[in-house]
Design a protein around this ligand. Structure first.
Ligand code: 3PG
Length: 216
């Protein structure tokens, strides 16, 4: 494994160790980014996955990096190398993809920001494994076998760890986190659209504190 790949792995491990819950954030109004980020951090979150699903994703990453220099801010829903580069230019400290392509996996090896590739099958995981990746997003977790699939992955690949996302809720987060091969879990239950639209930042903080207390 190259020095850079080792450095990337250390960064991915550090960011997922920083916080067991990864809020998946989609910004529909640029003014929402910083108050939402602050509300999440106020509740105890230390990592923010900002998706590029809306036109404001890159701007939100820029704003959050500036406003919250002490937490990990990265880009999610990256599906193309051009987006990877744009995310890095905006200041993303990591990049998450929903799935893998050979070119994205290869690009991630030499990129500035480490890649957490998304996989939903053992074969996809093995594509990344062959290149040195050992940490993956497991997406969409619930419909891809959920906890049972992760337990099965641990048989042949005991040295691989996951951040499952997709269909995970406050009630199920703890069961995922109880698995040895799960470092953190992600999801949108921490960032409900209605609360964001209403600017109810206290409600967001309460959801976070409640979710963190449920898993402790
Ligand atoms: C993601 O990109 O990780 C998912 O959209 C999050 O899935 P969820 O809405 O089921 O939490």
């Amino acid at each position: 494994m190259s020095q850079l790949a080792m450095h990337h792995r250390q960064q991915v491990q550090a960011m997922l160790a920083a916080c067991p819950l990864v809020p998946v954030i989609t910004i529909h109004h640029p003014d929402h980014a910083v108050p939402l980020g602050r509300a999440l951090v106020q509740g105890g979150i230390r990592i923010l996955e900002v998706t590029l699903r809306s036109e404001y994703g890159l701007d939100a990453i820029r704003q959050l990096r500036k406003a919250l220099p002490d937490v990990w801010v990265g880009a999610g829903t990256v599906t193309q190398i051009s987006q990877y580069r744009e995310a890095e230019a905006a200041g993303a400290q990591f990049v998450i993809t929903p799935g893998v392509t050979e070119s994205l996996l290869a690009h991630g090896l030499n990129a500035q920001a480490p890649l957490l590739p998304g996989i939903s099958t053992i074969s996809e995981m093995m594509m990344g494994y062959a290149l040195g990746y050992r940490e993956f997003k497991f997406f969409p977790a619930e419909v891809s076998g959920g906890i049972k699939a992760l337990q099965a992955f641990a048989g042949p690949f005991a040295d691989v760890s996951f951040c499952p996302t997709g269909g995970i809720r406050r009630e199920t987060a703890k069961d995922y986190l109880a698995l040895d091969n799960v470092l953190a879990v992600g999801g949108t239950w921490l960032t409900p659209e209605d609360k964001i639209e209403a600017g109810d930042w206290n409600a967001v903080t309460e959801i976070v504190t409640g979710s963190l207390s449920d898993i402790s």
